[in-house]
Design a protein around this ligand. Sequence first.
Ligand code: GLN
Length: 448
Amino acid sequence: RDYLERIEGSRDSNIYLTVFTEGAVARARALDAKLQAGDAPGRLFGLPMAIKDNIAIKGEGLTCASKILGNYTSVYDATVVERLLAEDAMFLGKVNMDEFAMGSSNENSSFGPVRNPYDPTRVPGGSSGGSAASVAADLCMVALGSDTGGSVRQPASFCNVVGLKPTYGRISRYGLVAFGSSFDQIGILAKNGDDAAAVLQVIAGDDGSDSTSSHHEVGDYAGEMDAVSLEGLKVGVPKEYFPSTLNSEVRDLVQARLDAMQAAGAELVEITLPESDYAIAAYYILTTAEASSNLARFDGARYGYRSAESEDLAAMYVNSRTEGFGKEVKRRIMLGTYVLSAGYYDTYYKKAQQVRRVFLDRYREALGKVDVIAGPTSPFPPFGIGDKTGDPLEMYLADVFTVPASIAGLPALSVPAGFDSSGLPVGMQLIGNFFEEGKLLGIARKVQ
Ligand code: GLN
């Protein structure tokens, strides 16, 4: 009830799209009854959670913050939802996001932007802005988000929380509405690494419903966290992650964290990732290509919104998509269709695939020499609502440090690194080797 009251009192921040007011109370009662009956509590007993509105909960809406899914009700539970419920977690509601997870500021939501809990005139980051803000504003304890190119880590940085994007395939995507399927991962936003690890422990692991989920054995995350020591830890610091254009306060705060790690026994190793400049270009070619294909299913016939009056079937498709999708989503469908079309495929799509391979090789090579790669999560602190909406390319640059781990499929997290002189949060990103989530969370615990 405390959480529900706070949610009610924070309507202006536009964080929750749906609040399960009655459902959450009923769930609490049912969990209590279970305890009274002498049943053993699940591992996440009573954990109040917020779920990004692109993750399916049976019988609830699944808007993806899009008009096109405005009236859609999910007919099944995502695998993560099933696993959380089996361990007695409880859901407080669905939270705001950029439409179809496309964005870095939450301003692409058809339900309007979310306000940053640290400064309501600023964005919370995106696309999991509602998830990050809900944790920061105490409107849940842990939230699920999704990360295609930074959508968990960047809002975590903007809202002063921990945000983990696991290794590609670590968490089942079954029930997560697809954006760029070879990049998408469900991620966790929490106050600290320990809370994130507790949830990861439950939702990670192979799933027969997602052929891209990994068979790799799930680690003992609490144990792996305990095993982490900064003594002798090799921290790779890529010089490309500290360009001259980097906001100077972000630079100083992240450098201070690195210095503190060094003082605690870590070894800072300067490394170079020379292809970093191509990350944004490769990312926006590959993800828009995948998005143009994934979003073809929203045709007015099978799901959600259908335009009221159309002369024939083709017009119905066109009108439903024209009226149902927002501007950024349309921009990406067009861009993706273009880079996949005959004549441009080799020039753009194939080239970007080759660049992806180079990134994988480079990061593998780097992570053979160091234990972890560290740098800023975002090149700047949270910006003002409306400041970057006029120029999509400038908005895309918000992801410059987060997309490489997504291109390579590596696990990465953002951990709070302090506040700038205006009191705005700044995050530090840690990138680890495949399936080293426990190690990353352990380092986060030590540096937070
Ligand atoms: N901001 C990036 C984009 O707009 C990342 C989004 C995401 O990770 N879902 O594509």
